[in-house]
Design a protein around this ligand. Structure first.
Ligand code: BT5
Length: 262
């Protein structure tokens, strides 16, 4: 069943996020489509949504499973008037916004995993992909892509993901309305984007850390062909993860984080 986005359009017409909604039954990737619209001058707050993606993207050219009629695949175009160096909190801001939405369905069970996963019961329910274009040293635009598993059943996932992925339906035991989940995502994204623009990075970092439950844990961060190990002490002002290791404090800017089992 496709989504009737007219209601969403009416409701969000006077806000920022969702003021323009481009809905497609199928696209390669909502991020790629949003990138194209941004280059044509689409306004801040434009959202691209699709019922299905044929080439949904994760980081590092990984695939995002995007079957039709089950989930939300959406990309929000933002045009913050800020220096490019100030943009590093945007992925964390998005994580916090999504975590707040998922927590409305699964209270107390949501975890954020640095830099960009939302987990419920240790399984991935949402992935985010942030892409940015700069002009000189300023941000021209940012696309935040959100893939939220809403009504996937366990057997809808490819075999390789059945133990590591989940959905709102699997976790709550009942179908969720995709439009309702989309409306909540728009609202929380706008709320946290305003907090970001006001410069309240402490609120973003504190909320992120509360959902991440990672401070004080020993982790291993794998990136390219390197590994960093240490105990997480927090996030610095730019959103980098700070580890206390044998050689003192280290900042982690990229990679996949694994909590070491004792
Ligand atoms: C991500 O990448 O988690 C970012 C995913 C972003 C998807 C959205 S959908 C709307 C927008 N348009 C796009 O084209 N992309 C964005 P990464 O951290 O690299 O994780 C990818 C890994 O997650 C894969 O290699 C799989 O292991 C796993 N995975 C793939 N599809 C999944 C799904 N539907 N649910 C849970 N895990 C999945």
């Amino acid at each position: 069943m496709n989504m009737n986005v007219e209601e969403l359009r009416t409701f969000f017409a006077r806000r920022v996020v969702g003021r323009r909604i481009e809905y497609f039954e199928e696209v390669e990737s909502t991020n790629s489509e949003a990138l194209r619209l941004a280059q044509q001058g689409a306004p801040e707050g434009t959202v691209v949504m699709a019922d299905a993606q044929t080439r949904g993207r994760g980081r590092l050219d990984r695939v995002w499973e995007s079957p039709p009629s089950k989930n939300l695949y959406l990309s929000v175009l933002l045009r913050p008037d800020i220096p490019a160096v100030s943009s590093s909190l945007i992925p964390l801001m998005t994580g916090v916004a999504v975590a707040e939405v998922v927590a409305q369905y699964c209270p107390g069970r949501v975890r954020l995993k640095w830099p960009n996963d939302v987990l419920v019961g240790g399984k991935k329910i949402c992935g985010m992909l942030t892409e940015m274009r700069t002009r000189g040293d300023r941000v021209q635009f940012v696309i935040i892509g959100i893939g939220l598993n809403v009504n996937m059943a366990r057997l809808d996932f490819p075999r390789g993901l059945r133990e590591t992925a989940t959905s709102l339906r699997i976790e709550t035991g009942c179908e969720a309305q995709r439009l309702d989940a989309a409306a909540r995502l728009f609202e929380q994204t706008e709320r946290w984007y305003r907090i970001f623009l006001q410069g309240d990075s402490a609120a973003i970092r504190e909320t992120w850390l509360r959902y991440a439950d990672i401070v004080g844990r020993r982790v291993e961060v794998v990136f390219g062909n390197g590994v960093q190990r240490g105990t997480v002490s927090g996030l610095d002002a730019s959103g980098a993860l700070v580890l206390e290791g044998e050689t003192g404090a280290q900042r982690v800017l990229a990679g996949d984080v694994y909590i070491e089992r004792l």
